[in-house]
Design a protein around this ligand. Sequence first.
Ligand code: GLN
Length: 491
Amino acid sequence: MTDLISMTIAEARNGLANKSFTSLELTDAHLAAIEAARALNAFVLETPDKARAMARAIDAKIAKGEGGPLAGIPLGIKDLFATKDVRTTACSKILGNFVPPYESTVTSQLWRDGAVMLGKLNNDEFAMGSSNETSCFGPVVNPWRREGSNTALVPGGSSGGSASAVAALLCMGATATDTGGSIRQPAAFTATVGVKPTYGRCSRWGIVAFASSLDQAGPIARSTRDAAILMRSMAGHDPKDTTSVDRAVPDYEAAIGKSVKGMKIGIPKEYRLDGMPAEVEKLWTEGAAWLKAAGAELVEISLPHTKYALPAYYIVAPAEASSNLARYDGVRYGLRVPGRSIGEMYENTRAEGFGDEVRRRVMIGTYVLSAGYYDAYYLRAQKVRTLIKKDFEDCFAKGVNAILTPATPSAAFGVGEKGGADPVEMYLNDIFTVTVNMAGLPGIAVPAGKDAQGLPLGLQLIGRPFDEETLFSLGEVVEQAAGRFTPARWW
Ligand code: GLN
């Protein structure tokens, strides 16, 4: 019998088409894997009945030759995506048992194309975090461990459940969201492929909002090709999201295997950080060599405002979050903690419903937007954002097709190891990824090697607006050179 869980989406698609197995068999195999992997805490809600019903329905369609591009493929959904009649919490106590009466646009497109939902995946509360430790359901465990150690490591965040589940073969792919790195950093920590599309490429409608000018949905998968397959279904114009762009969705998969000969790849000197681990530096050099061997031209570039990206992000993102999260007041959704007056009810609900990190962001955001400080913080951060965007535009104007950087400054760290005393320690994880959100550009993280302790490390490629195809072509080159990485099963 074929191993039904370690295939890629592309392989499963062939198997389903050849009738080697049914979607129900594929779905059952994944449901069993999920059940055996509860130690990872990747799923916050398993939906086996719904999964089997969807699989049966799609099997009937496949039999009639009406499958759709994702027919019968079992996926996991980050709990930030509203799923009709299925509990959606953003992993916050404040949403309680909220059951949306509507489906997010991105997930509805996946179901339109025949995918099967296995359940909802854990994430940092409201997607605020880089380790999946702020979830009200508790941390997710990375299926990867340091060689010879059984210390529990984080899978990164905020899409930690998505990354962990895909790496541990619990689902064939997953939805995720990225506001400052939440797709790419967990992908790098788990040896999966993560794509943050251009701002406006995927609809944000029905996704719990964190920072609306930065949030973007994207896939996490086990290969570059699989990420391209998922992207095609997730992307597209949606009149319900005014920031979604009306542009045809290309066949991203066609970019896989396309020659990268003659492409100009920028290596930004500002990303060479002091104290960067030698392994990360080495991986970066190796990645550049692979692209060169494939015919690309490497050029040194400068993105001079890089050093301001993280501080500016940690003003803009909390500012937007404080405004977006004002709607959670105990009146309409989820948790309500009574008080003697309506004001006290709001206060009690928000004090009890939000976790520490979310409260911190709401306070920072409220402060930087307040009358006396707006110009000094928020407005200035927005100006910095424009300069960061311009840095990239200047490079692209000089003919650079894409930019190669490390995805993260280190490999996965231990649960409870970072950010306890100083939140900035955690924020530093996003140093290579936030610039991309600030500029609205597409970025992909591809597994590229391992550190001395046997943990995966990823490389990031940053592209021109709406040129995800180039990222898929380049990502495939890296994947072919580096090979695939699978964690040894211990759970
Ligand atoms: N780690 C970043 C933050 O905490 C990014 C999170 C995200 O992309 N959702 O804000």
